[in-house]
Design a protein around this ligand. Structure first.
Ligand code: C2O
Length: 502
């Protein structure tokens, strides 16, 4: 195992990824797109961040990493750290013991869609599928806005937008461009690591005339499973193997198509698609993709984990979250869990948990707006999510991959265990999952990772409108693990931001 060190100077740079508008974006070391982090399972990762934005605070979250023993390196501002103010520095330092496809992004409210989002790949010398492919390629999907997030947020959460209609992106991108070609050699097998780093839009993805074989989702190996089309919500990752044809008679398009069901209105002239090409022969044309009549993506509920981990049968503790969107007295639209919209606490929740001794197990000490749940150590936790909203939402849990034990179709209403179908014997696990319109979702995980972890909708608009819960997992064990371990720069980040640590 190695120590991989990165020096990231975060600053504004200029870019024009859809070739429609040049604008400032958040880059690293003067570059955008920002670098892919490539490490090997077991590596220690050290990321020195300097915030040179001048006008915004920042932080980095390494999406999907469990941060076992290092919850203070997880990154969400006001949860596990104070945001890094302009001019500030901060070091993330953690060991990665899980293989797979991840990404990293700012976890300051509303910031990553302005550009601070990149791939994070953990290579695995013991990849059980390594004989199935010859090469691997990262494909990041994203949506793209011409306006900056602070401006968009100001009009999104506004009395003039009482229905909470989310801003619609101007474009879709792959590898932050609309002009991607992937050179293909006949007969070779390629593993594509597909990551949706967008703010809002899920994308349907397919490769024309090529079948995908799914081998991983969100860092969990699957039994290899064929699919013609997948549906990748924001923050999900899917690794698929595509076998090249044996000849170079033609080139083929691959397409990411934004799910327009998510958009309240579809602006005239919106191109929901981004197209790339599998190029077998440079001299041949790059064909326009064929029209698709109906979108019928593969259902990730039909996947099975490669390790065949069985269902956690016995539930020790249940969390029920009923979510809805509604208006508050200011006339703007917000999102709610159990009638409470999340408001970030002044003091990061982690520091409250670390500084309150035995009281850390009392949920009331975390205030009244963090949608907090305190978990005892090593329990099987069942999380029931009832979506009392006609929209689709991709939910993400920090610190864990959960078992997907139930997902209803559209309009099923609240979960009812007595009428639900039998649970799968070897449920798929992942860290980001879609709940359907007015449907429900049931997840299970073991509280074996002491820390403070968010559970939230990964649509960045809904993060801003409060669709967040806080899980304080095994706080007494966490206090023991982290005693004396919070580095000085974490303390300084808070004092620089004028936030008391306790
Ligand atoms: Cu990509 Cu709170 O996470």
């Amino acid at each position: 195992c190695a120590i991989k060190t990165y020096n990231f100077d975060v600053s504004w740079v200029s870019a024009n990824p859809d070739e429609l508008l040049e604008r400032s974006v958040i880059g690293i070391n003067g570059q955008w797109p920002i670098p892919t982090i490539n490490v090997t399972k077991g590596d220690q990762v050290v990321v020195h961040v300097k915030n040179s934005l001048g006008n915004e605070s920042t932080s980095l979250h390494f999406h999907g990493l469990y941060q076992n023993g290092t919850t203070h390196m997880d990154g969400p501002a006001q949860v596990t750290q104070c945001a890094i103010i302009p001019g500030g520095t901060f070091t993330y330092n953690f060991t990665v013991d899980q293989p797979g496809t991840y990404w990293y992004h700012s976890h300051v409210r509303g910031q990553y869609p302005d550009g601070l989002r990149g791939a994070f790949v953990v290579h695995d010398p013991e990849d059980p599928h390594k004989d199935l492919y010859d090469e691997e390629i990262v494909l990041t999907l994203s949506d793209w806005y011409h306006e900056h997030m602070p401006d968009l947020l100001a009009s999104f959460i506004n009395i003039a937008n009482p229905s909470g209609a989310e801003p619609v992106p101007q474009s879709a991108l792959v590898n932050e461009t609309q002009n991607l070609t992937v050179r293909i050699e006949p007969g070779k097998r390629y593993k594509f690591r597909i990551i949706n780093m967008g703010a809002f839009a899920a994308q349907y993805v397919w490769f024309e005339d090529h079948t995908m074989q799914i081998v991983e989702v969100d860092g969990i190996y699957t039994k290899p499973t064929d699919a013609e089309m997948i549906y990748v919500t924001v923050a999900q990752r899917w690794s698929v193997i595509v076998t090249a044809k044996n000849n170079s008679d033609a080139n083929f398009a691959f397409v990411g198509s934004m799910d327009q069901d998510l958009f309240d209105t579809v602006p005239d002239g919106l191109n929901p698609n981004v197209t790339g090409w599998l190029v077998y022969d440079d001299a041949k044309e790059k064909p326009a993709p064929k029209e698709v009549e109906s979108f019928e993506p593969f259902d990730d509920f039909d996947l099975a984990p490669y390790d065949q981990e069985s269902l956690y049968e016995h539930v020790d503790y249940q969390i029920q979250l009923d979510m809805k969107m509604d208006n508050l007295d200011d006339g703007a639209n917000y999102a709610f869990f159990n009638d409470q919209t999340y408001v970030a606490p002044k003091v990061p929740t982690l520091y409250t948990a670390l500084s309150t001794g035995p009281n850390a197990t009392n949920p009331l000490i975390y205030g009244s707006h963090t949608n907090q749940f305190v978990l005892a150590h090593n329990q099987v936790v069942e999380l029931i999510l009832n979506n009392d909203d006609p929209g689709k939402h991709p939910f993400h849990l920090h610190g864990h991959a959960f078992q997907l034990v139930h997902r209803s179709p559209d309009d099923a209403g609240f979960y009812d265990a007595t009428t639900a179908p039998a649970l799968p014997a070897t449920p798929m696990r992942r860290d980001t999952v879609l709940v359907r319109p007015n449907g429900n979702l049931v997840l299970r995980f073991r509280s074996d990772n002491p820390g403070v972890w968010l559970f939230h909708c990964h649509i960045e608009w809904h993060v801003a409108s409060g669709l967040i819960a806080t899980i304080i997992e095994a706080p007494l064990e966490m206090q023991k693990q982290l005693a004396g371990k919070i580095p000085e720069d974490h303390v300084e980040a808070c004092s620089a931001a004028g936030v008391p640590m306790e």
